[in-house]
Design a protein around this ligand. Sequence first.
Ligand SMILES: *[C@@H]1O[C@H](CO)[C@@H](O)[C@H](O)[C@H]1NC(C)=O
Ligand SMILES: *[C@@H]1O[C@H](CO)[C@@H](O)[C@H](O)[C@H]1NC(C)=O
Ligand SMILES: *[C@@H]1O[C@H](CO)[C@@H](O)[C@H](O)[C@H]1NC(C)=O
Ligand SMILES: *[C@@H]1O[C@H](CO)[C@@H](O)[C@H](O)[C@H]1NC(C)=O
Length: 416
Amino acid sequence: MKLAFALLLLISSQATDIDYTSLISGMLEGSQLIPPYSSTKCNLSQSKSSESISFTTLIIDSISFSKACGWASATKTLSMFLNHPSLLSKAEEDLNTFLKFILYRSKEDPRTDGFTLGQMLEYRIASLSPFVNQFTAKSEEGKRKLQSSPYPIAVFHGLGDCCCFPGMIEFTKYLGKEAATFAKCVEVGDGPASSWLMGFQKQVNSACANMNKYPEFQNGVNVVGLSQGGLIARALAEMCNITVHNVITMGGPHMGVMSIPNCETGFYCDIFNDVIELGVYDSFVQENTGPAGYFKDPLTYNEYLAKSEFLAAANNEKSINTQYANGFKAINQLVLIEFTEDTVVDPKTSEQFGYFKIGSKKDLLLYNQTDDYINDILGLKTLDEQGKIVFEYIVGNHLQFNNSEVQRTVIPYLVN
Ligand SMILES: *[C@@H]1O[C@H](CO)[C@@H](O)[C@H](O)[C@H]1NC(C)=O
Ligand SMILES: *[C@@H]1O[C@H](CO)[C@@H](O)[C@H](O)[C@H]1NC(C)=O
Ligand SMILES: *[C@@H]1O[C@H](CO)[C@@H](O)[C@H](O)[C@H]1NC(C)=O
Ligand SMILES: *[C@@H]1O[C@H](CO)[C@@H](O)[C@H](O)[C@H]1NC(C)=O
C-alpha cells in the first residue's frame, strides 16, 4: 500500500516524501520473477531510505539499480529517458505516460533479462492505481491488453525495394524505436522482383499470409506503407483477417496512377518492360505485374472497371464488397501523406484519394469531390465524417523524407 501511495503521489506531481525504500523493495519483489535472480547482487537495502526525491533522481537511481541487477534493457530504456529532457518533463506531469513508455519500450527489447524494470513497476502498482489499471499484467485480461497496446507495427516497402535493403531495415528499426513497440518489415513475395512481377492482388494475399508468421500481430496492428506498399497496407484492413488499427501511407497511390513508374534497373525490369508492352489491362499483365494492378486511365474508365484486377475491386468501384467496406470503415485513423513535389505517382493527389475527373486528364478532383467519396462506396466519407482521416504533406519528391518528417507525420499515429 505504501508503494502505491508513493506512486500516486508521483502521479499527482507532488513528488515529495516518496518512500524510496518501499519503491525499491517493490521492484525487488517484482524481480523475483526473473530467473535467475541474484538476491545478493540486487540487494539495495543500503540504498537511501525515506527521503524526498525528484522524479529525475528516481530515474537516475533506477538506472544504477537496474545496472547492478544486470537488467540491460531497463537501463537502456531509462537512460534514453534521461537523455530526452522533454520526455522526462512530460513524464513528470503524467506518470502514466512514463509507465506506458517504458512498458512499451520493454516489449521491443530481447527478454534476456526477463521482466524489465518498467514491467516490474507496472506489475507492482497496476492493481492499485486507477491510472495504470488498464495495463495490469496480473490478470489474463490485463495480459491481453498489455500485448495489444500500443499496436505493433507492420511496414510495407515500395516498388523495387526489399525488407532486406538497408533503407528499409533502418526505417523499420526507427519506427520501432520511436514508437517503442514491435516493428517488422513484412516481405511480399521475394522482395524487389515480386513487387514488379507479381500481380497486385497476389502481393496483397502474400502480405496477408506473411502477417500470420508473427504472433505479435495477432491482436491487432498499425500498418505503415511506402508508395505501393501503402496500397498493401490499406488492403490488409479490407481483405485480411487481422485487426488493423491505424493505417499510415506515405505516397500511396490510393486512386491509381495514370502512368506506370519507370522500371530501369535489375534483370526483372527487362521482363516487366516486355510484359507491359502487351497492354496494361491485358489479363496476363494484370495478373503478373504489380503496378498494372493500380493503373487507371480516366479516359477509359469502363475498361478499368472491367479489367483492373486489383484497384477497381479494392476501391469497391467494380461492385460493392461489404467485407472490404467494413474493414476500411473499421480503421481507427487513416493517415494519408502526400509528397508535394511528387513526380512518380501521377497524379500525386491520388496519395490522398483525389484523382482526375472521369473522362478528363486535366481536371483534378479533391478526395471529397469524387463519385467514390460522394457515394461512399468504400467508406471514405464515413471515415471523413468521423474525423478519422489525417491529411499530411511532406515537402519534396516521392519518398524523399528525413527523420524529422517521420517524427511529425508518422510517429504520432503509432503511439496511440
Ligand atoms: C540485503 O542486505 C542486508 C544488509 O546488507 C541483509 O541484512 C539482508 O538480509 C539482505 N537481503 C537479502 C534478500 O539478501
Ligand atoms: C477469415 O476468417 C473467416 C472466418 O473466420 C474465414 O471464413 C475466411 O476464410 C478467412 N479468410 C482468410 C483469408 O483467411
Ligand atoms: C473537401 O475537402 C476540402 C479540404 O479538406 C475542404 O476545404 C472542403 O470544404 C471539403 N468539401 C466538402 C464538400 O466537404
Ligand atoms: C527534413 O526535410 C524537410 C522537408 O524536406 C526539411 O524542411 C527539413 O529541413 C529537413 N530536416 C533535416 C534535419 O534535414
